[in-house]
Design a protein. Structure first.
Length: 467
């Protein structure tokens, strides 16, 4: 460790910045956010610097004199002239200020780190001034893992610090806070439910310590399959889960992100094979939460788009279990993007409609095919492979042209993705020729012709070439 890291209280303290350009502006922004009183000296201030700092800092149009540095806590020299920068650094240091000369580490008493700001939580990353771009990259990596409400969580805990201290012994306090930060109360704060978190916190402090806290359930969208399409929040929740209940559309790469000691339960469904009935899934989530577990119900795509997430949320709330929903990239948008196809396009479709090919049980869904056929916009059918023939017949019977382009996307966004194209009148043949079994989406409409995929004719030509 070449430099000692520390955090300074700069509230209302006087800081000198020499320079009127972008570098000086960036330093001033940081200092203003920390509550400092920056004073900038420059022969000329750039318009952007003047406009942004006019009411937030003092701007003096001249270079500083020795006495201008007296009493300053810090001094930043942000000018291009190397000799002048060194001269100003010397007189600032003689006046008692700690000095930072931008882009000249050898002249610095301190360097400015890459900073992650979450209110009461601040993380600083330093490369000793030698590799600032690396520092920024590392900051981005850490930002991706840090909850956006981490500062609120720290503030919440601070409010109860004295209450916990007066209630528990020193040994028990540590155990209490470990349970708190890994448990459902912290999960409520991070989800934005501070009212519920305060109620649960008061209960946790006032009851016997060995009582089990009620857990929490997060209904999380895992996206269309590619793990890199997970939201940052979904990624974090998966890594912190005690238990994961996952569907058939959640792949091994996504599950591998979970903690090694997290319990995993497969509750997926396939055609005519409901591994676990829906009411049993809901009962299991409720029971696990009542054991104090942090439960993640992981669903492919978005949990509120044909994912039964709404039914599960209702059941959890009816049972009094804290439950939160994290949306995901829905299969329609993710798979269409992976196939290079826009679902809406000013030249072809001004609207898109999502429907499902399955209702409860094995019944046909109650869909107004006449209305869908008349719209002539993009139609996306989830879970439609098994009933593709009936779907095509219904649309054709109600006036949709047999030449309407269709695209069938199997395993969208994954390395084994298949995109098959054809016409509505040949939809079943397109599926059969490409050996598509699912999971797959049907996209019906003019935009389907834009997809990057093989047509029946191209597939036949390829087969002849192989033979």
């Amino acid at each position: 460790m070449n430099r000692f890291p520390l955090f300074l209280d700069l509230k209302d303290r006087w800081i000198v910045i020499v320079g009127g350009g972008g570098a000086a502006l960036r330093k001033a922004r940081l200092l203003v956010s920390a509550g400092a009183r920056p004073v900038l000296f420059a022969s000329v201030f750039e318009a952007a610097t003047r406009t942004e700092l006019e009411d937030r800092a003092e701007l003096i149009e001249r270079l500083p004199l020795r006495e201008d540095f007296t009493g300053a806590a810090l001094a930043f020299i942000a000018i291009d002239d190397a000799e002048e920068a060194e001269r100003l650094a010397t007189i600032a240091r003689q006046a008692g200020a700690l000095v930072n000369v931008v882009d000249r580490p050898s002249l610095c008493d301190f360097t400015t780190p890459s900073i992650i700001d979450r209110g009461q939580i601040a993380i600083a990353i330093s490369t000793d001034g030698g590799a600032p771009v690396l520092g920024r990259n590392l900051r981005a990596d850490i930002e991706a893992l840090l909850p956006s409400r981490a500062g609120e969580l720290a503030g919440f805990a601070a409010r109860y610090r004295e209450a916990v201290k007066s209630t528990f012994s020193a040994a028990d306090r540590r155990a209490f806070w470990e349970r708190f930060f890994d448990g459902p109360i912290a999960a409520r704060v991070l989800a934005g439910d501070e009212t519920g978190a305060h109620e649960a916190m008061l209960e946790a402090i006032n009851r016997p310590q060995n009582d089990t806290q009620t857990g929490v359930v997060h209904i999380v969208g895992a996206g269309p399959g590619d793990p890199e399409l997970l939201t940052l929040k979904a990624f974090r929740l998966i890594q912190r889960a005690d238990v994961i209940l996952y569907d058939r559309l959640v792949g091994d790469e996504i599950l591998s992100l979970a903690r090694r000691d997290a319990d995993r339960f497969y509750v997926g469904k396939a055609k005519s094979n409901h591994a676990v009935p829906q009411d049993e899934i809901e009962a299991r989530m409720i029971a696990l939460a009542r054991e104090g577990k942090n439960v993640v119900r992981l669903k492919g795509g978005d949990p509120f788009v044909f994912g039964r997430g709404g039914e599960e949320l209702e059941a959890l709330r009816a049972a009094g279990v804290p439950a939160y929903v994290t949306p995901g990239v829905t299969a329609a948008t993710g798979c269409a993007a992976a196939a290079g196809m826009a679902l809406t396009h000013r030249d072809y479709a001004q609207a898109v409609t999502f429907v499902t090919g399955h209702a409860k049980g094995d019944a046909d869904p109650d869909i107004d095919w006449a209305a869908l056929a008349a719209l002539k916009n993009t139609l996306v059918v989830y879970m439609g492979v098994g009933k593709a023939g009936r779907i095509a017949s219904s649309l054709l019977a109600h006036g949709r042209s047999g030449d309407t382009p269709v695209a069938v996307i199997e395993n969208g966004t994954l390395t084994n993705q298949i995109v098959a194209k054809g016409a509505l009148q040949n939809l079943e043949a397109v599926i059969d020729a490409h050996g598509i079994k699912g999971p797959a989406l049907l996209v019906i409409g003019e935009v389907a012709a834009l997809a990057d995929g093989d047509t029946l004719g191209e597939l036949a030509t390829e087969n002849r070439r192989v033979a």
